[in-house]
Design a protein around this ligand. Sequence first.
Ligand code: UT7
Length: 329
Amino acid sequence: MPPQYQAAITGLGAYVPEKVLTNFDLEKMVDTTDEWIRTRTGIRERRIAAKGQSASDLGVRAGMEAIQDAGLTPKDIDLIIVATVTPDMAFPSTACYIQTKIGADCGAFDMAAACSGFPYALAVGESFIRSGRYQHILVIGSEVLSGFIDWTDRSTCVLFGDGAGAAVVSRSNHESHGIIATHLGSDGSQADLLQIPAGGSMNPPSEETIRNRMHFLKMQGSEVFKIAVRTMEYAVKEVLKAGHLQLSDIDCLIPHQANMRILQAVTERLELSPEKVFINVERYGNMSSASTIVALYEAVKTGKVKKGSNIILVAFGGGLTWASTLIHW
Ligand code: UT7
């Protein structure tokens, strides 16, 4: 058996674009109201990338902060993994753009697991550390969803925002410290519930796909809502089982931030105290793969997650995919 090393998050970074789009701004764009958006989703505002700002630009800002927070330089990074469904281009990968922009000298690739992207990428990074192959991996979730949203569709355009978060995952000498367990799942039979139908090899971009607005994100919201609640509860329980812990051992749940009502329903079903659930959906909306890592960043920086805390990241999204990570901070 090769040696097994422990993996821990040693640095965190986050970046959201400066431009704030409020619910009141959206009232002027589509037939909606601040009241509807707030009561149905909990969202008050979201960030929108500037013209020309791509997923790699956001990822560089978050990634550099995480590298500095870990006390490292880009040359110390052995691998870059970027979770995104809004890459700079179909190829080359957004990770390659980030590698050159930060001046790292290592392998780099993208992963697509939609809103579950960050915990998925973290699981891959953790495995490279555990195997002993690498010492420091930069894991980024970065999205510029604003370029893939149909700004005439009120059922989706009010929900999403742009942002990026990053973590450095490093080899740790403390056996009980770091990533304790991971659970990953998918159900591709439900792919049509949440997707960008055109632009890939199934529906290559054409005048027709553009005319039919197939290059924009489509979601069957109420169906996704119900499955999200059930699945996030399940993913939390599965990762607890894998880590041999009880829910009462958990100090903070960091869920994917899609909708306040989903988070409240998951909290109730788990019979978890609401103070133990970190929520920032009101400020950013759903940033897909950036949501859980930006939430973790804020939970740590505001002291909600402290040294010694047991935390769970849990995410659910298009694919369908879901993922959960149990971490002893
Ligand atoms: O990140 C991956 C996971 N994503 C999610 O988890 C998102 C899951 N889904 C949701 O968050 C919710 O389903 C939504 C917020 C998208 C929608 O909330 P809902 O309570 O499921 O509403 P609904 O889709 O059933 O729509 C209710 C009504 C409809 O009108 P009618 O047909 O009842 O007359 C919609 O047309 O609300 C209408 N509506 C709106 N009204 C004002 C939909 N969007 C809007 C809007 N403003 N922006």
